[in-house]
Design a protein around this ligand. Sequence first.
Ligand SMILES: Cc1cc2nc3c(=O)[nH]c(=O)nc-3n(C[C@H](O)[C@H](O)[C@H](O)COP(=O)(O)OP(=O)(O)OC[C@H]3O[C@@H](n4cnc5c(N)ncnc54)[C@H](O)[C@@H]3O)c2cc1C
Length: 378
Amino acid sequence: MNFSMNETEQAIVDTAAEVSRNVLKENAQKYDEAESFCTESLKALGELGFMGINLPEEYGGLGISSIAMSHVVAEVTAGCASTASTLTAHFLATDSILIGATEAQKQEYLPRCADGTLLGAFGLTEPAAGSNPAGMLTKAKKENNGWRIQGTKHYITNAAEADFIVLYAKTNEELKHKGISAFIIPKGTEGVHFSNPEKTMGLKGSHIYEISFDCWVPDSALMGQEGTGFNTAMEVLDRGRVEVAAMALGISKAAIEYSLLWAKERMIGGKPLSSYQNTQWKIAEMHTQYEAAELLTMKAAYVRDYRDRYSLESAAAKLFASEACAFITDNALQLHGGYGFIRDLPLERFVRDARILRIFEGTSEIQKLIISRAVILG
Ligand SMILES: Cc1cc2nc3c(=O)[nH]c(=O)nc-3n(C[C@H](O)[C@H](O)[C@H](O)COP(=O)(O)OP(=O)(O)OC[C@H]3O[C@@H](n4cnc5c(N)ncnc54)[C@H](O)[C@@H]3O)c2cc1C
């Protein structure tokens, strides 16, 4: 396995690190305090072509490897996890189109998604179907050269801000998961209603919504072939879990950087905090967890470029990196003592933002199911 990047990719990652430091980090606290959508940071990423780092060049993307893409996602997250979550939710929508749409639909949507003109949302989860998306209740029935869609999705990132939603719905209930199809629902479609943004623990600059559908869409809204939606969604989640793992690396890296600075500066009993063995052991453990998480993430990113399905690798990377991020952010806060609890520093925000990484795109328990099935059944 080769985790290296070419010169162009390295330059793109360096640019991501720069914009993260100079723009995203500046905005992160503001979004967190005001619970306001990360508009300016997203615009900055769009201007650099980062809204299409998951896409090949033929559709206007940067055409970089998944290794490089993961480094970019990690850098963006180190500056602002809310912006990274908004970005990676957009990738779930555009990956859906890349994997499951017709060529005409790809040409219609992807170049404008890549250049930041269009923002996407990915509508899979429902109130009664989260960990088990095959149990979804949203239905699409043929009506007047099109489809009548009825149902409710919830916790959908970007939904009200997005220019389109990739919506998963059952077109044939008897076929269970094989009866799930995807639709591209443009903004402004009559009969689509959004809740207010949910009040969340973290990622406050990235909004999630409940959406109710009682709408009609033309046949052209069906994404690709009828009945292929579930497979598309599962392939998209394989890809997405690598990105969640990369987000975990970004928050972890930022938390470790703050901890190293603090451990050297903070004097306790006339000695720097870093001279105490307890601190040294904590930092050694945080560093080792980070390194292991990075290796698993890069392994999953590597196979992402060579295989259609790599559920085992992406689940293992997401499980380990998100759990490591919880350990690292909690210890980083602890090393800062009372100061870690104060909102002047981002340590408490790191803990809050990191919490969702163990839940969305499949909880840690679901990752363990995926991993154990693959390992036991071979
Ligand atoms: C901030 C945020 C952003 C999100 N963005 C999106 C988005 O853009 N698009 C989208 O479609 N969804 C999105 N989601 C939804 C997210 O993916 C789901 O919340 C997640 O998959 C878990 O589903 P659930 O909430 O229904 O939990 P549940 O499925 O109700 O799980 C509850 C508990 O039961 C456990 N559990 C469930 N099944 C099993 C099992 N078989 N074995 C053992 N334990 C089990 C779970 O691990 C969990 O601990 C988002 C959620 C949040 C909070």
